[in-house]
Design a protein around this ligand. Structure first.
Ligand SMILES: C[S@@+](CC[C@H](N)C(=O)[O-])C[C@H]1O[C@@H](n2cnc3c(N)ncnc32)[C@H](O)[C@@H]1O
Length: 255
């Protein structure tokens, strides 16, 4: 069981950020700076596999999305691709889907994409910090986060905030990168550490964010540790399912 006392706060730590507040603002500045190229880069760097991961995650929660009046929050929604994948799973139900992010520039792109999509069941967008959500307790049936949770300055505080806004019995799905093992893992690491940062920097025109990406994945707790942290935060039945040999994976928990 990992220590979860205040002295052992763990979370994202971009280079040069001395404390949690500095880390959060460095993360926000980073995503704001790459917002115009974020979607393009995502699809190039993941060879479009990211679409399969969002869809697979959304399908996992079909049973909640089909509930009449379900309330769904997609945290760290960025330009909204996870949010749109959830919306696609909402067939006849009137589930309400909300995307939240603290980067205004990322949300602007999400809103532009939803304006171009079908008007019905369009998600709503809210500018909010995942560590201090503007929602009452026990409000949501489902909270998801795709590739965003890893960027929080305090993972335990992030988990506690998700537990707070979930209703009892509500579920959480955190999709994020992992570190594949074996020979495939060794090859993948060369790509992830050496090739990806170069391509990302070249296309985005911004130095930094794409070097931060592999560093942040290396810093992220192992599945065993993350599951223990989820249980300490108040989740039960926590599981981790690897996607694509463990390049990514879905953490699930129930309040
Ligand atoms: C890698 S992007 C993921 C976006 C989207 N979910 C996806 O799958 O493409 C991470 C997002 O998390 C957001 N983020 C990071 N820390 C946050 C926080 N504390 N509160 C809200 N959003 C945050 C960033 O602004 C960024 O848009």
């Amino acid at each position: 069981m990992p220590e979860t006392t205040k002295s052992s706060v763990i979370g994202a730590a971009p280079e040069g950020a001395g404390d949690a507040q500095a880390a959060a603002s460095a993360v926000r500045d980073m995503f704001t700076s790459i917002a115009p190229r974020y979607d393009l880069l995502n699809h190039i760097l993941s060879l479009n596999i990211d679409r399969l991961w969002w869809r697979r995650t959304a399908r996992t929660f079909r049973h909640i999305l089909a509930m009449p009046g379900a309330r769904v929050l997609d945290l760290c929604c960025g330009t909204g691709d996870m949010t749109f994948a959830l919306r696609r799973e909402v067939w006849k139900s009137d589930a309400r889907i909300l995307g939240a992010d603290f980067s205004h520039a990322m949300l602007q792109r999400a809103a532009a994409k939803s304006a171009a999509a079908a008007r019905d069941k369009t998600p709503r967008w809210v500018e909010a910090d995942a560590l201090n959500l503007p929602f009452p307790k026990a409000h949501f049936d489902l909270v998801t986060s795709a590739f965003g949770f890893r960027n929080l300055a305090d993972y335990d505080a992030g988990l506690r905030e998700i537990v707070r806004v979930l209703r009892p019995g509500g579920e959480c799905g955190i999709l994020d990168f992992g570190e594949p093992k074996g020979l495939f893992g060794a090859l993948y690491r060369v790509y992830f550490r050496e090739v990806l940062p170069r391509i990302g920097t070249m296309i985005s025109g911004v130095r930094g964010p794409y070097a931060y990406l592999p560093a942040s994945v290396e810093r992220f707790p192992s599945p065993e540790e993350m599951l223990a942290r989820m249980e300490s935060a108040g989740f039960s039945e926590s599981t981790w399912s690897p996607y694509t040999f463990g390049i990514a994976g879905l953490y699930r928990g129930k309040k």
